[in-house]
Design a protein around this ligand. Structure first.
Ligand code: PMP
Length: 388
């Protein structure tokens, strides 16, 4: 009989994602409107799909170069220059990955030594803390405040830095709060980053989905390119979550080390998805613009509905999430989400799964049709009216 657990201590100590647990519950119920999952309701634009069909017909069914097809890297390079004014060498400074998820994992594994601290801004994407730990680093969280619209301030950053701090993960626009930092706000953060010689992993997967200001890419800020790994991908703005395709750009030394790990652990990102992405980069602008317009309309609707029913909700500058306060109801965010699901069959994500400062808030994704959002708002209002 087996006497011991075969699991590694590190893997065994990982906590399952709070989002998943919730959605397993919702999946067992009927007539649920989900404002939960962070993925577009749009199907991938047809021309991207068609392009991948053609690639298959032409026999592109083998591995690609480890770093991704060179013509795709060239298109990514052109796209980043044209859209955000950041200039990367396609041959040396870009890697195509299996989603932004793998880009985050590779960037951390390529740079973090045991015992080094990596700052994670919360409320934040649920994968950052576990991936820092799996890379051998020590995650140190920074709790942003509702009174700052959950934006990272130079003071909060400065207070979290120790002699062991190696890097910070920034997510702009942010999941789950939708907060989008302006150029001026990013410049202030950059001042602290430079003073303490930090590396920045800048997750900009929602870069295209901004509704107020034009997105500022972190490496576009003076002196930041040499210390930034930019992480992005096709899942969100291009409605390609299932294709599993992302990328990272940055200093050659870091990107090439990521390629080294990638070639032993993944070989390359899926070939068929790379062909679809090629079309997305070349000709995707009008499809993306159409989706952005639609998200903006939904954002305006959901934010005004939530405020009208008494759930205070600042206007998120980007991504496709609203992050209203539910404090008026007197419920914890977990109880709010659970009771809302049971009583009105609407799924939202309790804010505390994104970090302690998320308590008192819930995340509502508006990547769902206006019709569904309208019905969801009706149900949430009924629920809130019984509590306030
Ligand atoms: N970063 C953030 C902030 C995200 O919200 C997500 C997806 N929820 C990812 C990265 C991962 O995206 P991908 O599908 O490209 O792996």
């Amino acid at each position: 009989m087996k006497k011991t657990s075969f699991l590694s201590k590190q893997a065994d100590s990982l906590q399952p994602s709070g989002i998943r647990r919730f959605f397993d519950l919702a999946a067992q119920m009927e007539d649920v409107i989900s404002l939960g999952v962070g993925e577009p309701d749009f199907v991938t634009p047809w021309s991207f799909i068609e392009h991948s069909f053609h690639a298959l017909e032409q026999g592109y069914t083998s591995y690609t170069e480890n770093a991704g097809m060179l013509d795709l890297r060239e298109e990514i390079s052109n796209y980043l220059l044209g859209s955000f004014g950041v200039n990367y060498d396609a041959e040396k400074e870009i890697i195509v990955t299996v989603g932004a998820s793998q880009a985050i994992d590779l960037a951390l594994r390529a740079t973090v030594n045991p015992g080094e601290e990596v700052l994670v801004v919360e409320p934040g994407f649920v994968a950052y803390v576990p991936t820092v730990s799996l890379a051998g680093g020590t995650p140190v969280t920074i709790q942003t405040r509702p009174e700052d619209d959950f934006k990272l301030t130079p003071e909060l950053l400065e207070a979290a830095i120790t002699p062991r701090t190696k890097a910070i993960i920034l997510c702009n626009p942010n999941n789950p709060t939708g907060a989008a930092l302006t150029r001026n706000e990013l410049e202030k953060v950059a001042g602290v980053v430079e003073k303490h010689d930090l590396l920045v992993l800048s997750d900009e997967i929602y870069a295209e989905l901004t509704y107020e200001d034009v997105h500022t890419s972190f490496p576009a800020i003076e002196n930041m390119k040499e210390r930034t790994v930019l992480i992005s991908g096709f899942s969100k703005a291009f409605a390609m979550t299932g294709w599993r395709l992302g990328y990272a750009t940055g200093p050659e030394e870091i990107i090439q080390t990521m390629v080294k790990i990638h070639q032993f652990t993944m070989m390359c990102a899926p070939t068929i998805a790379q062909h679809a992405a090629l079309e997305a980069m070349k000709n995707g602008k009008s499809s993306v613009d159409y989706m952005i317009k639609s998200y903006k309309q939904r954002r305006n609707f959901i934010v005004s509905s939530l405020n009208e029913m008494g759930l205070s909700c600042p206007n998120p500058g980007g991504a496709f999430y609203a992050f209203p306060s539910i404090r008026e109801t007197g419920l914890s965010s977990a109880d709010f989400a659970e009771e809302l699901l049971q009583e009105e069959q609407v799924a939202v994500v309790p804010g505390n799964v994104f970090g302690e400062s998320g308590e008192g808030f819930v995340r509502c994704s508006y990547a769902t049709s206006l019709k569904q959002l309208d019905e969801a708002m009706r149900r949430i209002k009924r629920f809130v009216d019984r509590r306030i």
